[in-house]
Design a protein around this ligand. Structure first.
Ligand code: AMP
Ligand code: MN
Ligand code: MN
Length: 290
C-alpha cells in the first residue's frame, strides 16, 4: 500500500524541522510520496528534493497559499508547482512581505494586553525570518507560560476577538489558483472543514474554486475529524473535484504525525491520478490504497 502525504510544513514556514530532517522522518514513517507545502514559501523544496532522492522517496514540490475569500482566511495548496516560476515566486514574495508588518502589529496588540516582547519572541522561534506567523507566537506564548498548550494559545490569543489577532488581507483566490496553475501545478483547497462557513457558503466557495480552475479538495487531513471524511468525499464528487490526503504535520509532538492518516475512501478520485512521476509506483502490482 502506497503512503501518499500531500501536506506538511518545514521550518521554511511554521514547521519545526528543517526540510531534509522532515523528509527523512517521512521516509522512516513509511511515506512513499511526500509534498512539502510550506505557507507562502518554496525555499525548502531544493533541500527536500535532495533528501527525498537520498531516501528513495518521491518529493512533490508544493506550497500552501494564504487567501482571503469573502473576508475569511482560506488556504490553497499547490501541488507539482514549479518553485522557480516567476509569477508564483513574485506572488509568494508579496504575501511574505505583508506577514512581517502583520507580525509586528500582533506583537503591539499583545503588548496592549500586557504581554510584552511577543514579536521578538516569535521572531526568535522562526527559522525563516520572513515567515513569522501565528504558530511562532503560539509556541512563544506557551514557552512563557501565558498558555498551557498550543491549542490554548490559539483559544486565548491570536484568534478573532482575542489579543494578538490582527485582521489581514491575504491574496485573492483567483491569484492563488492562477499562480499555481501558471507554474504547472494543481490547486487543492486545504482542510475545507476548518472554515467557519455555512453549507451554502461552502458550496459557493467550492463553485468559485472550481470555476477558477481549482482541481481538488483535501478529504483526509489531520484537520478533519474522521466523522467528516465521508461528507468531504461526497462533496468532492458532487462538485467534480479530486480528493487529496495529507497530514498537515507541523512538528514532532504537535498535530498529526507524517503519513499517519487513513487512506482515501475507495470511491474518491485522487489528485495523484495520472501523475507521470507516480506511474511506476501506481502500477497494478503496487496499487492498493490509491
Ligand atoms: P498564520 O498563517 O500565521 O495565520 O498561521 C496559520 C497557522 O496557525 C495554521 O496553518 C495552523 O497551523 C495554525 N493554527 C491556526 N488556528 C489554530 C488553532 N486554533 N489551533 C492550532 N493551530 C492553529
Ligand atoms: Mn492550512
Ligand atoms: Mn498546512
Amino acid at each position: 500500500m502506497l503512503n501518499i502525504d500531500l501536506h506538511c510544513h518545514s521550518d521554511a514556514s511554521d514547521g519545526m524541522l528543517p526540510p531534509a530532517v522532515l523528509v527523512a522522518r517521512a521516509a522512516a514513517n513509511g511515506v512513499d510520496v511526500l509534498a512539502l507545502t510550506d505557507h507562502d514559501e518554496v525555499a525548502g523544496i531544493a533541500a527536500a528534493r535532495a533528501a527525498a532522492d537520498a531516501a528513495g522517496i518521491t518529493l512533490v514540490p508544493g506550497v500552501e497559499i494564504s487567501v482571503t475569500w469573502e473576508g475569511v482566511t482560506v488556504h490553497v495548496v499547490g501541488l507539482r508547482v514549479d518553485p522557480a516560476h516567476p509569477a508564483l515566486a513574485a506572488g509568494l514574495a508579496g504575501i511574505r512581505s505583508g506577514r512581517t508588518e502583520r507580525a509586528r502589529r500582533m506583537g503591539e496588540d499583545l503588548a496592549r494586553a500586557g504581554i510584552a516582547g511577543a514579536y521578538e519572541g516569535a521572531h526568535a522561534h522562526a527559522a525563516n525570518k520572513q515567515m513569522v506567523g501565528r504558530t511562532h507566537f503560539a509556541r512563544w506564548l506557551v514557552e512563557q507560560g501565558h498558555a498551557g498548550d498550543l491549542r490554548g494559545a490559539f483559544r486565548q490569543f491570536l484568534t478573532r476577538g482575542n489579543p494578538g489577532y490582527v485582521e489581514h488581507a491575504w491574496t485573492s483566490l483567483e491569484n492563488a489558483v492562477g499562480w499555481i496553475r501558471g507554474s504547472g501545478g494543481m490547486a487543492v483547497l486545504a482542510h475545507p472543514g476548518r472554515y467557519p462557513f455555512t453549507a451554502r457558503d461552502t458550496h459557493r466557495l467550492l463553485d468559485a474554486f472550481r470555476a477558477l480552475g481549482g482541481a481538488g479538495i483535501e478529504v483526509i487531513t489531520g484537520s478533519h475529524h474522521p466523522s467528516e471524511y465521508g461528507k468531504w468525499a461526497d462533496l468532492a464528487r458532487a462538485f467534480g473535484l479530486r480528493a487529496s490526503r495529507g497530514t498537515d504535520f507541523p512538528a514532532p509532538g504537535e498535530g498529526v504525525e507524517l503519513g499517519r492518516v487513513p487512506a482515501l475512501p475507495h470511491y474518491c478520485r485522487p489528485v495523484w491520478e495520472n501523475w507521470p512521476e507516480l506511474e511506476a509506483l501506481l502500477s497494478p502490482a503496487s496499487a492498493a490504497c490509491c
